[in-house]
Design a protein around this ligand. Structure first.
Ligand code: NAI
Ligand code: MG
Length: 366
């Protein structure tokens, strides 16, 4: 099967970190014989500058036809005053919406070499490897009615939490599938004690489990308690599945258990395509970081790990993804650190390019 990949570097540090991903892609091509059919296009502010829109129809069509899309980041102060309809993030939102990427995967992994770096105790986060699956296309961020309305002589702000059975079922399936490829354990989080949508969420997740995934261990937890448990003892979890709002918050909390924004990848998956692979968009969690753009300070690891997720979830190359993660751990253990991973007393930081080169060298040595 061919491996088609659309790269959208975007704005700010996006192109800088993507240049390092290119080195890794080239390495897998040259040394492991995994050929990628790579194309590149514009998204965000740079697309607006060139075409007057943050994502052209041609780029959108391309995204729909490839096996995976890898995006850097979008946005920057230059575009802050643009009309909302052409803002850089609209390019990203269009991709997510038109590809119907309902399942957002956010891993929280503690690299051994960084176990001392977290603000949490080493025994709490050492060896941590969990995955939060967040429903991404429905729930309170999208439900109708919504808006700020006049009611009597005051204003009222309204959002509606709404989930259909089908929306819950498809994200539950994606979590159970993932669990089967990992440690066969899912914890579903909602607030069934106070929310009707939470009652439905719990019921549907349980039903899908009983009918299709009885081999997977399933537990349920209220999302607020889940937040506490994530910080108290995160290693009790493996896959967590939750709705859009709770997932937004819980994944940010989980992410920070392990260290820097420069280390966090993500995947957003949709329905399977004709070739059986899911529609997929991979991107680092961080933004375009205009404050460090052009300084060589950007950590490329989040974007490289996002490509690693593409290897695993789009291209069926789990072993290669493991290899890449081990190479990154090795480089960090050797003391190669970008500025965001430095602690008091550390020597001079590695630049973006030096980090990319070190990872390729570690791959070579593996
Ligand atoms: P940000 O994630 O760009 O930066 C937050 C802080 O983390 C900054 O101090 C930055 O220097 C640092 N940082 C981020 N990525 C880093 C990396 N790889 N290596 C080292 N340090 C890193 O978030 P911020 O500052 O709120 O937003 C900046 C721009 O990015 C805005 O225009 C915002 O709209 C956009 N943005 C885009 C996102 C996306 O494309 N998915 C997500 C978040 C923000
Ligand atoms: Mg968030």
């Amino acid at each position: 099967m061919s491996n088609s990949l659309l790269i959208l570097p975007g704005d700010g540090i996006g192109p800088e970190v993507m240049a390092e991903v290119r080195k890794v892609i080239d390495w897998f091509g040259a040394r492991r014989g995994i050929a990628f059919d790579v194309s590149e296009d514009l998204v965000g502010g740079c697309a607006y500058d060139a075409h007057g829109t943050p994502l052209t129809d041609a780029a959108m069509e391309k995204a729909q036809s490839v096996d995976a899309v890898l995006l850097g980041a979008v946005g920057g102060p230059k575009y802050d005053k643009l009309d909302f309809s052409v803002k850089p993030e609209r390019g990203l939102l269009r991709l997510r919406k038109e590809m119907d990427l309902f399942s957002n995967l956010r891993p929280a992994v503690c690299f051994d070499a960084l176990a001392d770096f977290s603000s949490l105790k080493k025994e709490v986060i050492g060896g941590l490897d969990i995955m939060i699956v967040r429903e991404l296309t429905s729930g309170v961020y999208f439900g109708e009615p919504r808006g700020v309305f006049k009611e009597g002589n005051e204003r009222v702000g309204i959002n509606t939490q709404r989930y259909t059975e089908g929306e819950i079922a498809r994200v539950a399936r994606s979590a159970f599938e993932l669990a089967r490829a990992r440690n066969n354990k899912v914890c579903s989080m909602e607030k069934a004690n106070v929310m009707e949508s939470g009652i439905l969420w719990r019921d549907v997740v349980q039903e899908i489990h009983d009918a299709e995934y009885p081999d997977v261990e399933l537990s349920h937890m209220y999302a607020d308690a889940g937040g506490m448990q994530l910080v108290r003892w995160p290693k009790q979890f493996d896959v967590i599945v939750t709705d859009n709002l709770f997932g937004d918050m819980l994944s940010d909390v989980a992410a920070m258990l392990t260290g820097s924004l420069g280390m966090l990848p993500s995947a957003s998956l949709g329905a399977p395509m004709a070739n059986g692979r899911p529609k997929a968009l991979y991107e680092p969690v961080h933004g375009s970081a205009p404050d460090i753009m052009g300084t060589g300070k950007a950590n490329p690891i989040a974007c490289i790990l996002s490509f690693g997720m593409a290897l695993r979830y789009s291209f069926g190359k789990g072993e290669e993804a493991d290899l890449l993660e081990r190479a990154i751990d090795k480089v960090l253990a050797d003391g190669v650190r970008t500025a965001d991973l430095m602690q008091a007393g550390d020597k001079t930081p590695a630049t973006t390019a030096e980090m990319g080169d070190a990872i390729v060298a570690a791959l070579d040595a593996s």
